[in-house]
Design a protein around this ligand. Structure first.
Ligand code: PMP
Length: 407
């Protein structure tokens, strides 16, 4: 039986739910990232490193909510903090101590003194870019080829209909790891900001080359350009202080989301005092009804202080290294693996069809990010045994030229 037919046969409950969902949500999903034909796989439960779908199929989770669940599913410390906060009220539209504690911890981790909160990565990058424009009085934005920074207009240039032409003209793209190209565009356009991941998790998981981030820092500082590290994916996952800590280069602004909220929607913008000036003096209001929501802050506080401890980062690093080395060994001449903390990626000499990888993984009880089947995020709930299961799967995937998805 083909991999696709096998998955279809195992997921009749998802097919059934899809028939209902398709009547009330476009494509039967709440976000276009979750679209899938012939139907999405609907999940019901997660516990530690495992998730279950509506048909009761069990999977080891290497997708981890698009890299958000570094703490594993249903972590008891986060559950207790959320339950405790719920009993005392969840939302006031007024500041609470939880936000202060989380801001203090983020300031410590990232070496940036001022923090504001949001509810998603999109809001964080949208706010960061507006702050940069407000501070500099400039309009243009430079980003890296293949990057993704969320779904607001500036970030979606080139990827969606409905973006005004005036916005399209303001966005310029250069290749990652090419400091000369960046210098040229900065000199030509005098942009408000450069927004980039310090290690590209989009476009194939590419760490920065030696000296590259330092060169970016130098060029942006020289020309008064705000340097934004979008650490929505790398922050809190590749090290306690994300790429800032791992690579030792400090930007003017850091954007966070995903792994911050321990599974609740949450985001943050970190700034130097100089950048924060435009927020403090009110020239760029940074707004949001649910910013610093007490429930989200309680989850983030437990997540940062009790779960993602120095020991947890050591564990993620050693599991990541075990996974990387295991994959390297089974890939042999066919490719290699790259890992940074909880995140990693396979690189094949002749890449097999990513859909085939995803289907095979699903049929063997391994849940990967669909369309990005070569990438993983580990959680602290993973073990040597779960990591070795993934290595076994990669052994089976070693490309054979006859491979294709048989419908
Ligand atoms: N920036 C980066 C680097 C991201 O990976 C993402 C989400 N994949 C975002 C921003 C947007 O985050 P959100 O989906 O929470 O809006």
């Amino acid at each position: 039986m083909s991999e696709l037919a096998e998955l279809n046969e195992r997921t009749p409950g998802s097919a059934e739910l899809f028939r209902r969902a398709g009547r009330v949500m476009p494509g039967g999903v709440p976000s276009s990232f979750q679209l899938r034909e012939p139907w999405p796989i609907y999940l019901v439960r997660g516990d530690g490193p495992r998730v279950w779908d509506v048909d009761g199929n069990e999977y080891l989770d290497f997708h981890n909510g698009f890299g958000s669940m570094v703490q594993g599913h249903a972590h008891p410390a986060i559950g207790a903090a959320v339950a405790d906060r719920y009993a005392q009220g969840t939302h006031f539209g007024a500041p609470t101590e939880g936000a202060v504690v989380v801001a203090e911890e983020l300031a410590r981790r990232f070496g940036l003194p001022r923090w504001r909160f949001t509810n998603s990565g999109t809001e964080s990058t949208m706010g960061a870019i507006r702050i940069a424009r407000g501070l500099t009085g400039r309009n243009d934005v430079v980003r890296m080829a293949g990057s993704y920074h969320g779904h607001h207009d500036t970030a979606m240039v080139g990827s969606s209909a409905g973006i005004p032409a005036s916005v399209v003209e303001q966005v310029h793209t250069v290749p990652f790891n090419d400091a000369d190209a960046l210098e040229r565009i900065v000199e030509r356009r005098a942009p408000a900001c450069v927004i980039m991941e310090p290690a590209m998790t989009h476009g194939g998981f590419v760490p920065p080359e030696e000296g590259y981030l330092e060169a970016v820092r130098e060029v942006t500082r020289r020309d008064g350009v705000v340097l934004i590290f979008d650490e929505v994916k790398t922050g809190l996952t590749i090290a306690a202080g994300g790429g800032v800590e791992r690579f030792g280069v400090r930007p003017d602004v850091v954007t966070l989301a995903k792994a911050l909220g321990g599974g609740l929607p949450s985001g943050a913008i970190g700034m130097t005092s100089e950048v924060a000036r435009v927020v403090e003096d009110g020239s760029v209001p940074q707004l949001g009804t649910f910013n610093g929501n007490p429930l989200g802050m309680a989850a983030a506080r437990a997540n940062l202080i009790e779960v993602l401890t120095p020991d947890a980062y050591e564990r993620l690093e050693s599991l990541g290294e075990r996974l990387r080395a295991g994959c390297d060994a089974v890939l042999a001449d066919h490719g290699r693996a790259v890992a940074l903390g909880s995140k990693g990626c396979l690189r094949f000499e002749r890449p097999p069809d990513p859909e085939l990888i995803w289907l095979r993984a699903m049929n063997r009880g391994i849940y990967m990010t669909r369309g990005r089947g070569y990438e993983w995020t580990l959680s602290v709930a993973h073990t040597e045994e779960t990591v070795d299961r993934y290595v076994e799967l990669v052994g089976e995937l070693t490309p054979r030229s006859s491979d294709s998805v048989r419908a």
